[in-house]
Design a protein around this ligand. Structure first.
Ligand SMILES: Cc1cc2nc3c(=O)[nH]c(=O)nc-3n(C[C@H](O)[C@H](O)[C@H](O)COP(=O)(O)OP(=O)(O)OC[C@H]3O[C@@H](n4cnc5c(N)ncnc54)[C@H](O)[C@@H]3O)c2cc1C
Length: 441
């Protein structure tokens, strides 16, 4: 069994993997962590932006936790090359780390729209802690912020920007907002809601360049008027951090292709989190899910396998949940499957909207949105996620849901979804309390 584990990347996947190795191994192994940044959670950065948490609260594994786990660290260092044949990783300072097995968990980075001025001063991304610090320093009460891109990440920081007293304009190239999260009907409701809450939205907007004018920024568009502002945030997508792996002999498609043990094409090299192209729970096909739950689950499963257990991963569910100006918006699984048997319910006045997608008598995808204050919105978000996640047979309750998409509870209870969910831990054993480490189980 491997005794020298190398973990590359100290984000959600890497930290969960190390913790699981320590929980699951029978004899104490050697763990080395190489990470470009100190371990922290990117997902909590919006709460740091709006000052609801201090910067110290974003860190997931402190120096003390890593010392307690007996992890040898190379923090602030990058993996620069992998010699998979010799099982050696070279770092950006030339140091070499030998391993028996290795986990690649280097996550992703923000990508900016390829327009002139996109890298100029006053133009920010919001993906890393450093980038979050840049945005915090830039936004003042009364600032006009333009967010380029109306995807999931833009929506995770929307409330924080408004809470800082800034005015917000969102520009999006696609004809609607949240193009990879909800359908046209849902997007229209969210757009109307945000407009009512003072956010300006421009869709179908092709940004041509960003210029500096007297200390401010001017965004120029093809065929539309300019927008002048104080701060620009580019939320125009992400790319996997895999450039350094070129020539290593590890098969890469959209991400590192992994099997159901999260092993790559090289048997002693694993991958997890944003960089891994693993099994999608619904389609059964390989996909990259750059979301926190996938990074956590991958980390748990891979850690267990690296510790010598044999844990098969059943696949990850795509989960998108955001709350904007007290409107909950969520989608799960195959929410955009054109071939699915679908039913929708709309109450535009509240607003509230559901779309349910079935394959046979199983729910394989869902879109839900409604006011956060509506108790049935909050409850149904969880219940719909549970129904998609478990894939329980709905029997006659499928027809009930199709006729009454706002009445989810009877189907949830009758199909015994809780009974299926409760004993289900990702490692197939009773869940353990996280003890004194801040990493979720
Ligand atoms: C603002 C924001 C909000 C988000 N909100 C949500 C949310 O609400 N729900 C959700 O599901 N997801 C959310 N996400 C996405 C989620 O944070 C990521 O999917 C998750 O962090 C991925 O974990 P990971 O371990 O794969 O990678 P990361 O957490 O990105 O960690 C990768 C680590 O690898 C290091 N690294 C990179 N390259 C190298 C190298 N060459 N050598 C060594 N180390 C390297 C990095 O410094 C980093 O420490 C959010 C992300 C952001 C930025």
């Amino acid at each position: 069994m491997a005794t020298r584990h190398l973990i590359i990347g100290g984000g959600t996947a890497g930290i969960n993997a190390m913790r699981t190795i320590r929980e699951e191994e029978s004899t104490r192994s050697e763990i080395t962590l190489v990470s470009a940044e100190r371990p922290y959670s990117r997902m909590v950065l919006p709460y740091y932006l709006d000052r609801s948490i201090a910067e110290s609260h974003v860190f997931t594994a402190t120096a003390k936790v890593l010392a307690d786990w007996g992890v040898k660290t190379h923090l602030g260092r990058r993996a620069a090359a992998l010699d998979a044949k010799a099982s050696v990783c070279t770092l950006d300072d030339g140091a070499k780390v030998e391993y028996d097995d290795c986990l690649i968990a280097t996550g992703s980075s923000a990508v900016r729209a390829p327009v002139p001025g996109a890298d100029g001063p006053g133009v920010h991304s919001f993906w890393t802690l450093d980038e979050a610090r840049g945005v915090i320093a830039a936004i003042k009460p009364g600032s006009h912020v333009v967010m380029v891109g109306a995807g999931f990440i833009a929506f995770t920081i929307l409330n924080s920007i408004l809470s800082l007293g800034a005015t917000l304009t969102i520009v999006e190239l696609a004809p609607r907002i949240l193009p990879r999260m909800i359908d046209d009907t849902g997007a229209k409701l969210v757009e109307d809601w945000l407009t009512k809450h003072g956010v300006t939205i421009r869709t179908g907007a092709r940004l041509a360049r960003i210029e500096d004018t007297k200390g401010r920024k001017r965004l120029r568009f093809a065929g539309a008027s300019d927008i002048a502002c104080d701060v620009v945030i580019m939320a125009t997508g992400i790319k996997t951090n895999l450039d350094w792996l070129k020539g290593a002999g590890v098969t890469i498609n959209r991400g590192i292709v992994v099997d159901d043990r999260l092993r790559s094409s090289v048997p002693n090299v694993y991958a997890a989190g944003d960089v891994a192209e693993g099994r999608d729970l619904i389609s059964g096909k390989g996909d990259v899910h750059a979301i926190e739950p996938t990074a956590q689950e991958h980390g748990r499963v891979v850690g267990s396998n690296m510790a010598g257990k044999d844990v098969r991963y059943r696949g990850s569910l795509i989960i998108n949940i955001v709350e904007v100006c007290h409107l909950d918006v969520a989608s799960f699984g195959a929410w955009d499957d054109n071939r699915a048997d679908a039913a929708a319910g709309l109450r535009a006045d509240r607003p509230a909207y559901r779309k349910l997608l079935f394959s046979g008598d199983r729910l394989t995808g869902a879109i839900i949105l409604g006011r956060s204050g509506d108790i049935w919105t909050s409850n149904d978000v969880g219940m719909l996620k549970g129904l998609v996640q478990t894939g329980v047979a709905l029997g006659r309750f499928k027809e009930h849901l199709k006729k009454h998409p706002f009445d989810v509870k009877p189907a949830f209870i009758a199909s015994r979804t809780t009974h299926t969910l409760l004993p289900e831990t990702i490692l197939g054993r009773p869940s353990k309390a996280p003890g004194d480490t801040p990493v979720a189980v």
